[in-house]
Ligand binder design. Structure first.
Ligand SMILES: Nc1ncnc2c1ncn2[C@@H]1O[C@H](COP(=O)(O)OP(=O)(O)O)[C@@H](O)[C@H]1O
Ligand SMILES: [Mg+2]
Length: 327
């Protein structure tokens, strides 16, 4: 069983008479010792999914299961333990660090909140954590405003690690950083993931980066995971027309990804999540849609024998007539 399983998760936001279905039946899992990349256009619900996992939004339907327990049923100490075990790293470290706490105090606060270690041992532990993320005692008294973006993200990572989590959820953790230091922060994530055997759910929009660091990848479209599988399968043999279009539309610094990029462009705008198309939600933009696609919502089906590779698409489904394909 996976450490984290997101099953048929739906999250809605209502305001002024309209309802936005930001996540709409998403299914995804992350094992205890793997990196799973989550990709999809801006607005497709990645952050909402991640924030729901850590309890910042509640689910309208479906569930999050962590270590065999349904998260929404957790109370008291079990809920506190869960909140400790799954840590969220935001895109913008400034928004997750208090402007009034020095680096050392920010890290110590995480230990205090979760009552980790004896108060007398905390200064040494804070130093250890700072060193773990490539900072030093010299940074402990600095305020976040006196740090670079990369240093701030290191502090946010030290805070997350302070509570000895089993899983990190990183929401575009390098997008707000200078291009020149992104690789350092990514390498830090990967080193820590391996050193501590963490599960890592990595939300990213740089497909080359996601390909490089992920064991498995999930592709999200309008609130739903439409394809998931090993990074190799998803990037090298994408099954879903959306995955192909996304790969084609996104220039990549990764020469392998860039070479495979064809020139099918992703037509049109992302439909509004307050008005998700009937049938296959991608059919309005799909270059290879079948007549069925406008009316029947595809269910996820396995690709080949490998159980972890799955796609939600009628195309190539032996159960769906294919001959009416329009090109
Ligand atoms: N707190 C919120 N209230 C209302 N709508 C929201 C809220 N958060 C996200 N949304 C909407 O939900 C959809 C998905 O957003 P988000 O999860 O941020 O996507 P992504 O992270 O993939 O860019 C968007 O249409 C966004 O406007
Ligand atoms: Mg987001």
């Amino acid at each position: 069983m996976s450490l984290l399983t997101i099953e048929d998760l739906t999250v809605k936001f209502s305001s002024g008479g309209t309802t936005v279905t930001a996540v709409d039946g998403a299914t995804l899992s992350v094992d205890g010792d793997e990196v799973v990349g989550l990709v999809g256009e801006s607005g497709c619900g990645k952050s909402t999914l991640a924030r729901t996992v850590v309890g910042l939004h509640s689910a309208a339907n479906g569930q999050v299961v962590f270590d065999g327990q349904v998260v929404s049923s957790l109370r008291g100490s079990a809920l506190r333990a869960y909140r400790r075990q799954v840590q969220y790293v935001f895109q913008d470290p400034l928004s997750s660090l208090s402007p009034r706490l020095s680096v050392g105090k920010a890290v110590a606060e995480a230990l205090d909140i979760h009552r980790i270690g004896r108060p007398s041992s905390r200064p040494a532990r804070v130093l250890e954590l700072l060193e773990l993320v490539g900072l030093s005692a010299a940074h402990a008294d600095r305020m976040p405003s006196a740090l670079s973006g990369g240093q701030r993200q290191r502090v946010a990572i030290a805070r997350a690690l302070a509570v000895e989590p089993r899983m990190l959820i990183c929401d575009e953790p390098v997008s707000a950083l200078d291009v020149s230091i992104r690789a350092q922060i990514i390498n830090l994530f990967l080193d820590l993931q391996r050193e501590f055997g963490l599960g890592l759910l990595f939300i990213g929009h740089d497909l080359g980066l996601v390909r490089r660091i992920s064991d498995r990848v999930a592709v999200m479209y309008l609130g739903r995971v439409v394809e998931r599988g090993t990074a190799h399968a998803v990037f090298d043999q994408p099954q879903h027309p959306y995955t192909r279009a996304l790969l084609a539309a996104t220039p990549s610094a990764d020469p392998v990804v860039e070479r495979r990029r064809d020139h099918v462009l992703l037509a049109g705008e992302l439909p509004s999540p307050s008005n998700i198309p009937a049938g296959c939600r991608f059919h309005t933009r799909c270059p290879v849609a079948l007549p069925t696609c406008a009316t029947v919502e595809p269910v996820e089906r396995p690709v080949d024998q490998e159980a972890s590779d799955a796609v939600s698409c009628h195309l190539g489904d032996p159960a769906v007539p294919q001959e009416l394909a329009v090109s």
